[in-house]
Write a protein that binds this ligand. Structure first.
Ligand code: ATP
Ligand code: FE
Length: 340
């Protein structure tokens, strides 16, 4: 099947055409960093307006580039949440318009399911179930992915998300938004053992996460003025990696899932990727991580989740709601082991 996917839940407008046999036919991502830069973070109203201006043109460009007519597409998938509600509404309503005009079915995709299933787009050997560390701008969770729409949440963050921690630490260091890539680059010139920083919740029995205390410690280290910024960046990144490893190991010990996966924007970080890969080897699990472009927000993962849901017979009506909040482990109509 051929699936058109739309993503607009944060500050990236994205459109992709993906097949159920894992071909990314065409895709475009247009970010809005310049529009939000003066404000030091994403402004929801500005984001929504930018999606209105950009998204329909991206649909045309992607279809043209692929040489595909809308009539040849089998389904139209769009992020229906969670995210900044204005942007979600723009993308979902654009998809509804396309579905209405073409008579093709709509697939309303949970953005987190897009991240969760993204590794399967590039790794055909990755079957269900797998243990997923989902580390993104708004989330930090450990989930057992049992099938399309079938998720069991083992742990979450009790305060900040992992990507949020990177963004806040970057801001404290005077680095631009988004902070993750900037911290990663600066950390390469730093000593990860130079600045003593806490590893919140490490060693606790439940595999939950916490990053607020780490951020406060970075704030104190910056204020002290006695450390090189590169050393703070490297030490911060190492602290996050150490939390990931300890918490994920704990979850693996309670799960017999044969594979370990890390996805979401923070999985683009090479220190995170290397450490999780080593953990998988140590714990005797297969390891999978999507390429960087598939970790940060994109529409190929939404089209792919749409392909998986479409294959499982999960399509949605034109009354599908846009949802600011939408936990991944909530779906009632789970189809265990189904999908492409
Ligand atoms: P969510 O998916 O939870 O709704 P989001 O869509 O805004 O949130 P993503 O696009 O999945 O988040 O991820 C963006 C986050 O990933 C940002 O916080 C960003 O700083 C972080 N990030 C991106 N690249 C890197 C990197 N190389 N190292 C660390 N963090 C990174
Ligand atoms: Fe995301």
């Amino acid at each position: 099947a051929l699936i058109l996917g739309l993503e607009s839940s944060c500050d990236d407008s994205a459109v992709a055409l993906v097949t159920s046999d894992r071909q990314v036919i065409a895709q475009r991502v247009v970010g809005q960093n310049q529009a939000h830069a003066p404000f030091g973070g994403v402004v929801p109203e500005i984001a929504a307006r930018a999606h209105v201006e950009v998204l329909p043109g991206l649909v045309t460009q992607v279809l043209d580039e692929a040489g595909i007519a809308l009539a040849e597409v089998d389904a139209i998938a769009a992020t229906a949440g969670p995210g900044l509600i204005g942007g979600v509404m723009v993308g979902l309503l654009t998809a509804k318009g396309l579905a209405l005009a073409s008579g093709k079915p709509l697939v309303a995709v949970n953005h987190l399911e897009g991240h969760a299933l993204s590794p399967r787009l590039v790794d055909p050997a990755l079957g269900f179930p797998y243990l997923l560390l989902l580390a993104s701008g708004g989330h930090c969770q450990l989930l057992e992915v049992r099938g399309v729409g079938d998720y069991r949440r083992l742990a979450t963050t009790i305060d900040d998300a992992a990507g949020e921690a990177f963004d806040k630490a970057a801001k404290l260091l005077g680095l631009p938004y988004p902070g993750g890539p900037a911290i990663e680059v600066l950390a390469r010139q730093g000593d990860p053992t130079a600045v003593p920083l806490p590893r919140p919740l490490v060693g606790s029995p439940e595999p939950h996460f916490s990053f607020a205390g780490l951020k406060s410690a970075v704030q104190r280290a910056v204020a002290a003025g006695s450390h090189r910024p590169a050393d703070i960046a490297a030490s911060f990144q190492q602290a996050v990696v150490d939390c990931f490893i300890d918490r994920t190991r704990r979850a693996l010990q309670a799960s017999d899932a044969p594979s370990l996966v890390v996805a979401g924007g923070v999985a683009a970080n090479s220190a995170v990727r290397a450490a999780l890969q080593q953990l998988g080897a140590d714990e005797g699990r297969a390891f999978s991580v999507p390429p960087g472009w598939l970790c940060t927000d994109n529409a190929a993962m939404i089209a792919w989740a749409g392909a998986e849901r479409f294959a499982a017979g999960l399509i949605d009506g034109l009354d599908a709601p846009a949802r600011a909040r939408w936990p991944l482990d909530e779906r009632a109509e789970a189809v265990r082991g189904a999908g492409v």
